[in-house]
Design a protein around this ligand. Structure first.
Ligand code: CA
Length: 101
């Protein structure tokens, strides 16, 4: 399963959503286990929006989070996988459920 089909075009006050297709990092489409939830935020405070992708673990009601750092531009990101988000040295896991609309 590839990551999200919807991408937030800007993180400014008037976001617009559009169909962007697959999201690439390290030259390949981002692969997730189930039910991805991407979100942009400037994780490293360099002024560029980085990507955090929540994914539900296969067959479970838990989600983890992948961090991709942007080395491109705000409107044309170049994403590189950085790490899983952690808390106290352990992979950060939160309850996750299906959300069908
Ligand atoms: Ca950044």
């Amino acid at each position: 399963m590839t990551a999200a089909l919807l991408v937030l075009s800007t993180i400014i006050l008037t976001p617009e959503f559009f169909h962007a297709g697959e999201i690439y990092a390290d030259g390949s489409p981002i692969e997730v286990q189930e039910d991805s939830a991407p979100q942009f935020a400037d994780w490293n405070n360099d002024g560029l929006p980085d990507l955090i992708v929540a994914e539900r673990l296969n067959g479970q009601s838990l989600c983890d989070f992948r961090l991709y750092i942007n080395s491109g531009q705000p409107d044309s990101p170049i994403l590189t996988y950085s790490s899983m988000l952690e808390e106290n040295g352990e992979t950060l896991l939160v309850p996750g459920t299906y959300a069908y609309y």
